[in-house]
Design a protein around this ligand. Structure first.
Ligand code: SF4
Length: 478
């Protein structure tokens, strides 16, 4: 059997790319499960390959299965691709967060045969076995088709429980150095030789806005196995900086310290960052110190909101005093700390949003990112919306056109105009302060600061030109 896995490219938005690590994990797992299978990868994002060019490559390979990974940002391209490869293969399978959250809508596309929901290795392997045996009607946990649509989906069913049993991602599918021209997911552009790795899957917390793609059970790789992968990438592929993509890396202080000790024992002089953020109130000053000694460069600090009321609605349960202490300690150790904030949470007021801007400016963050709250189906945040907002969101998410977060319906207690002004004010107030500029210059250097300035300006202009925002509709309050 021949399988082609595709990482689609959306020319409208994507200016950077990340290694398709999820597809590389699927490939190595499939190859180990079915030694006679052939798996190819088309990373359309890497070379900015159009759908028609991808289809030409697929036609040459003549695969039995085409698998497409989908996030909501590239949804329009996923459907275009499915249409173009439909006649070139027997089965079209879509996976990734977009498949998981918008499953009922995606399956209306007759060009797509199956959806793999949540973590892909085991359900995709079972599906492939059924397809090999011509048992196309046989139901598989977390696989959905028009023949066996899933009702309630248990995202933990049939997940890999012992992560050390997973083979390494299939490095044979890519040339690692091809990805060095792109920046770290932290957006700092500080290191060229960057590569993503993960030491765990899942998160025991239940933030109301979170997809929890890997479920709420926290599963870890052993520190030895994790550092084996880092060592291989460093010594054999020249990777110097690692983006550690765990949903939550620092559940256990002992494990964080073991990780540092292992890096030191193997004399691995690398740098590493946490683009998904660390859980601040589980962090300790000792862990920060050890990680800083062993190469910690940057981490995300997900505070989300200054308002205790909003954090409670988010199920964030964050100990703010502890979080502030950790941010200050990390800044003192010259670690790049990026504050993550959300605006426009349901019922959020202008006063609460302003308090968030003030908090972002009060703490010694190096960077700050302000995102618009977008409730996706499958999250508690979506479930709690009033029916009219749910249907407005579903129609926004179901339209085939381009997706931007800034165009998503406003679910806050502010008018569109007030919410839009919050973003511009937040970015301008945060970045146009001499001490932030000096800290950025000191930690990142002038060239990187100029590039970062471009990114921030693009964000502000995207928000200002957002079609939905400019409509300035009536404020919606619950
Ligand atoms: S801590 Fe992070 S990964 Fe865990 S539920 Fe909250 S947002 Fe999701």
């Amino acid at each position: 059997m021949r399988i082609v896995l595709i990482n689609p490219y959306n020319p409208r938005f994507e200016t950077k790319t990340f290694p398709p690590i999820g597809l590389m994990y699927l490939s190595s797992y499939l190859k180990r499960s079915f030694p006679d299978i052939e798996v190819s990868l088309i990373d359309a994002r890497l070379n900015r390959t159009s759908c028609s060019e991808v289809a030409r490559v697929v036609a040459a390979i003549k695969p039995d299965v085409v698998g497409i990974t989908a996030v909501v940002d590239n949804r329009e391209v996923v459907h275009q691709l499915a249409a173009q490869v439909r006649s070139l293969t027997k089965w079209v399978v879509v996976g990734g967060p977009y498949a998981t959250s918008m499953r009922q809508v995606i399956l209306q596309d007759r060009n797509i045969d199956y959806l793999v929901l949540g973590e892909g290795e085991i359900p995709l392997s079972k599906l492939v076995r059924n397809l090999q045996n011509e048992a196309v009607q046989e139901p598989v946990d977390r696989v959905m088709s028009r023949n066996f649509p899933a009702g309630e989906v248990n995202l933990l069913a049939d997940t890999v429980s012992a992560l050390d049993d997973l083979p390494f991602p299939d490095f044979g599918l890519v040339r690692v150095a091809d990805y060095f021209r792109f920046s770290s997911a932290m957006g700092t552009h500080a290191f060229r030789q960057t590569w993503p790795v993960a030491s765990s899957r899942g998160c025991p917390y239940s933030c109301a806005f979170c997809h929890s793609h890997f479920g709420h059970k926290h599963r870890t790789r052993s520190v030895l196995r994790f550092v084996d992968e880092i060592e291989l990438l460093h010594r054999s592929h020249g990777v110097f900086h690692f983006d550690i993509f765990d949903d939550i890396f620092n559940i256990s202080e002992a494990r964080v310290l073991d990780f540092c000790n292992e890096l030191e024992r193997r004399k691995l002089r690398i740098r590493f960052s946490f683009p998904n953020g660390l859980r601040l109130d589980r962090m300790t000053a000792r862990s920060i110190d050890r990680m800083a000694e062993c190469g910690l460069f940057a981490f995300g600090a997900p505070i989300e909101s200054a308002s205790e009321r909003i954090r409670k609605k988010m199920n964030k349960g964050l100990n703010m005093a502890k979080a502030e202490q950790i941010v200050r300690h990390a800044a003192m150790r010259n670690v790049v700390v990026s504050g993550f904030f959300i605006f426009g949470y349901p019922t959020e007021t202008q006063g609460e949003a302003q308090a968030t801007i003030d908090l972002a400016c009060k703490l010694p963050f190096t960077l700050a990112s302000f995102q618009k709250a977008t409730p996706f189906p499958g999250t508690q945040m979506f479930d709690e919306l009033p029916p009219e907002k749910k249907s407005e969101l579903m129609s926004f998410l179901s339209t085939a056109g381009p997706f931007t977060y800034s165009d998503s319906p406003n679910v806050s207690g502010m008018s569109d105009h007030a919410l839009r002004k919050c973003y511009a004010r937040a970015y301008l107030k945060f970045y146009l302060r001499p001490k932030v500029v000096f800290r950025l210059l000191y930690l990142l250097g002038p060239a990187l600061v100029l590039r970062l300035g471009g990114v921030v300006l693009r964000r502000i202009t995207t928000l200002r030109s957002s079609t939905r925002f400019t409509q300035c509709k009536e404020a919606w309050t619950r």
